[in-house]
Design a protein around this ligand. Structure first.
Ligand code: ZN
Length: 318
């Protein structure tokens, strides 16, 4: 039996970590049996249809954040999967506000005591929101950049070269060694991405073998749960039979930019009916609103994630 490889896909809400995982699976990067540990903390989970299609098992940890309040649960889940020896790769998808350094610490500890190896630590970062989010949520936002071995920038097609360069150099300031991927995702080849990220990890491991690692960070201690500022992040969702016109949806999402009224909306996703026989799926991040045609469903669904959300006003606008 091979040593189980563990890959972490971190990223703030809307940065695209779920899309990235699905892309890699869809492009058959994972030929081995995969298990996904998903920390659904206000996030939107990978759809069941997709999991079924690729025969992927998923363990959801919903009760809290795997980097703090449910760290023990996360630790036990990892060990359970490793001990069961039914899978060869584990994908960890932390929530948008998970502190990557804490998650890496837990995985490193598990790695030291079990037949498993931390393989890739990837962070997805929305290039259009970097400036704003790193100012607003620096504690865990920058942590996700600092502790990644590969940073995959999303929505690079939406900025010009100069803007892209500014973000790349800011990321470089925080993390000297990470691979920074700037290719638009439609052109990004999953296999190449993984080869690059894994090669990087191998180099790192070699380096680590020859240099004593000194760190002033505290060791992960399961008895000492810490807290970090993600309690004010909430998600709000509705199921609705309502038929929206595209204009209506567009103006709703324009309206959601009003922070005083709705709170800081960082992400929204949903599937709704737009006329008697058409359905769409939409994806909203503050600088982008994407829609695509979809299959009819039994009811419409809308999820909004943000900081200090005003649920009453959200109900009214939808
Ligand atoms: Zn946490």
């Amino acid at each position: 039996m091979m040593t189980i490889q563990i890959d972490i896909f971190s990223g703030f809400f809307g940065a695209g970590k779920t899309t990235l995982i699905k892309k890699l699976i869809d492009e058959k990067v994972y030929s081995k049996k995969v298990m996904i540990i998903e920390n659904e903390f206000g996030d939107i989970p990978i759809d069941g249809e997709f999991l079924k299609k690729f025969n992927i098992e998923i363990k959801e940890i919903k009760a809290g954040c795997i980097c703090c309040s449910t760290a023990n649960d996360f630790n036990d889940t990892l060990i359970e999967i490793i001990d069961a020896k039914e899978t060869e790769r584990i994908i960890i998808e932390p929530s948008g506000v998970g502190k990557l350094s804490e998650i890496v610490k837990i995985v490193k500890k598990v790695e030291a005591e079990n037949d498993a190896r931390l393989n890739m630590v990837i962070s997805a970062v929305d290039v259009t929101m970097y400036e704003e989010f790193s100012n607003l949520f620096s504690e865990f936002y920058e942590d996700q950049v600092i502790h990644a071995s590969t940073v995959v920038l999303s929505r690079t097609q939406s900025v010009n070269d100069e803007e892209l360069q500014v973000v790349v150099s800011k990321i470089r300031e925080l993390n000297e060694k990470a691979q920074i991927i700037t290719t638009p995702w439609d052109d990004l080849n999953g296999i190449e991405l993984v080869e690059l990220s894994e090669a990087d990890v191998k180099q790192e491991t070699l380096k680590e073998a020859f240099t004593e690692i000194t760190t002033d960070e505290v060791e992960y201690d399961p008895e000492r749960p810490h807290d970090h500022d993600h309690d004010e992040f909430t998600s709000w969702g509705i199921e609705t039979p309502k038929v929206y016109s595209l204009d209506e949806l567009t103006s709703i999402f324009q309206g959601l930019k009003n922070e005083e009224k709705y709170g800081k909306v960082v992400r929204s996703k949903g599937k709704v009916q737009v006329d008697s026989d058409h359905w769409i799926e939409f994806d909203f991040v503050p600088r982008q609103f994407e829609i695509r045609a979809s299959e009819p469903d039994h009811t419409g669904r809308i999820t909004v994630i943000g900081h200090d959300l005003n649920k009453e006003n959200l109900i009214n606008i939808f």
